[in-house]
Design a protein around this ligand. Structure first.
Ligand SMILES: Cc1cc2nc3c(=O)[nH]c(=O)nc-3n(C[C@H](O)[C@H](O)[C@H](O)COP(=O)(O)OP(=O)(O)OC[C@H]3O[C@@H](n4cnc5c(N)ncnc54)[C@H](O)[C@@H]3O)c2cc1C
Length: 468
């Protein structure tokens, strides 16, 4: 007889594994299925975690090469052992995926290694990784199958010379010239890694600015700083074709608006033009689960699809493709199944770009507020005027707070600067609580910390920053 569960989650990424653990906490009999050898999904295996491990290592390398002399530290020339750097990254990944396996055991979640296909509401066929098939039953099924890189027609990914983010996390030598197609966060983060390690990196972006989805001031500000660090940019440019030669990959480029074409030769090309929902092999069409034109599984506010008993969360549904968004949805879908009424404030989900300096944002951009006809006030404060940034020698960037002109409620916070990704948590919490800029301005921030720039930007909304 088929094993019967209260809930089965397909996909053990941040959405799926968190949902499985929460289900177990609430006393449900839960299983989580994934076709990968290790749990953690894209994020732990080929996404957030390995990229941040390489960003950290490459940042230390760049600092050792160029950043220590100003502190009076002499170390001679720093050398690179790329194999050791990669081995460290792999170890970080293994430690964390084993951590998820441990959490599954601790919470008595059944971790099923194989590919799942929904044969009918409540029934899933699993093709086990080791061979063999099994069918399991579930009162509720949660689809958490995530996303995959979007390929660029005419540039077949071989993960060696023409790579997706996965290949760019595993080069066995530093490419002399790396072309990055796409100026979003994945292209900029991985471009930064290889630029710091010595590659001559060129970022090609179809739109007229990098980070096109963020507040208009952030992309150009980051571009200036990355240009200073040695990365070249070709904006408003499209890749028309690519040719894999013996010596190089040659890209043919054309201005987005049309015009004279040019060639760009590179030793490796990273295609980072975005990600799309992944539902291959799940059997959604056969059972009639609706998807939108972008291929995302359509869900209501409670993550229910149009087929009773089938739910979906994470990258495979609408909203930002971010690990923490998937995790929140993993908790919320299960709590709803348990009769609770959790709500996610999608306006308070932060987004972070882990370049140096980091870029982080939560809430509305100025463009969004203008488009919605909302009157707002702006408070800005630069890190040059923040004492801790001076002591650290990291003074690039600023904090920008946007507050409702009538109520002073914080509508958005945008930061480019050192540790922006950590600082944005304060702004997200403020927004969750419906705080005003005055609330942030009146909150005591420890001195000297980088977070004082957030307080000063909040003071600046009312025209009364102290240190500028
Ligand atoms: C290079 C890179 C860097 C990133 N950095 C960050 C970051 O710093 N911060 C951040 O928030 N986000 C980051 N992301 C995005 C983040 O990885 C995703 O938003 C997140 O993993 C989505 O979680 P998920 O649970 O929806 O899906 P996923 O993590 O994609 O997991 C889905 C899982 O489902 C499995 N699966 C699919 N179909 C089946 C099936 N039929 N049967 C069984 N299993 C199946 C897949 O094998 C996969 O393991 C990054 C992504 C990339 C590529």
């Amino acid at each position: 007889m088929a094993e019967r569960y209260d809930v089965v989650i397909i996909g053990a990424g941040p959405g799926g594994y968190v949902a499985a653990i929460r289900a177990a906490q609430l006393g449900m009999k839960a299983a989580c299925i994934d076709g990968r050898a290790a749990p953690g999904g894209t994020c732990l295996n080929i996404g957030c975690i390995p990229s941040k491990a390489l960003l950290q290592s490459s940042e230390k390398y760049a600092e050792a090469r160029n950043g220590l002399a100003e502190h009076g530290i002499e170390i001679g020339e720093a050398g690179l052992d790329l194999a050791a750097m990669m081995a460290r990254k792999d170890k970080v990944v293994t430690t964390l995926t084993r951590g998820v396996e441990f959490l599954f055991r601790k919470n008595k979640v059944d971790w099923i290694k194989g590919n799942g296909r929904i044969v009918a509401p409540g029934r899933i066929a699993v093709a086990a990784n080791g061979g063999g098939n099994q069918e399991i039953e579930a009162a509720a099924i949660v689809v958490a199958t995530g996303s995959e890189s979007i390929p660029l027609p005419g540039l077949a990914i071989d993960e060696e010379r023409i790579v997706s983010s996965t290949g760019a996390l595993a080069f066995d030598r530093v490419p002399e010239r790396l072309a990055v197609i796409g100026g979003g966060y994945i292209g900029l983060e991985l471009g930064s890694v290889w630029s710091r390690l010595g590659a001559k990196v060129t970022v090609i972006e179809y739109l007229d600015r990098i980070l096109p989805n963020m507040d208009r001031e952030l992309g150009p500000a980051l571009q200036r700083l990355l240009t200073r660090s040695g990365i070249a940019f070709k904006l408003a440019t499209k890749v028309v074709s690519g040719e894999l030669g013996n010596e190089a990959v040659t890209l043919e480029l054309e201005p987005a608006k049309g015009g004279a074409r040019e060639m760009l030769a590179a030793d490796a090309v990273l295609v980072a033009i975005g990600r799309r929902p992944f539902t291959d092999g799940l059997g959604l069409d056969e059972i009639g689960v609706a998807r939108d034109p972008a291929g995302r599984v359509t869900v209501d506010d409670g993550f229910a699809t149009n087929v009773p008993g089938i739910y979906a969360i994470g990258d495979v549904i609408r909203g930002p493709m971010l690990a923490h968004k998937a995790m929140e949805e993993g908790v919320a879908v299960i709590e709803r199944l348990a009769g609770q009424k959790p709500e996610i404030d999608y306006d308070a989900i932060p987004g972070v770009v882990y370049t140096w300096p980091e870029v982080a944002a939560v809430g509305k951009t100025e463009e969004e507020l203008k488009a919605a006809g909302i009157e707002y006030r702006v408070g800005k404060f630069p890190f040059t005027a923040t004492p801790r940034a001076r002591t650290n020698g990291d003074t690039d960037g600023f904090v920008k707070v946007l507050a409702d002109a009538a109520t002073d409620r914080v509508l958005g916070v945008h930061i480019i600067g050192p540790d922006a990704g950590t600082m944005i948590a304060e702004a997200a919490l403020a927004m969750e609580y419906g705080a005003s800029s005055e609330d942030i301005a009146r909150t005591t921030h420890a001195h000297p910390t980088l977070s004082e720039a957030v307080k000063e930007a909040a003071l600046a909304v009312d025209g009364r920053p102290i240190h500028i």
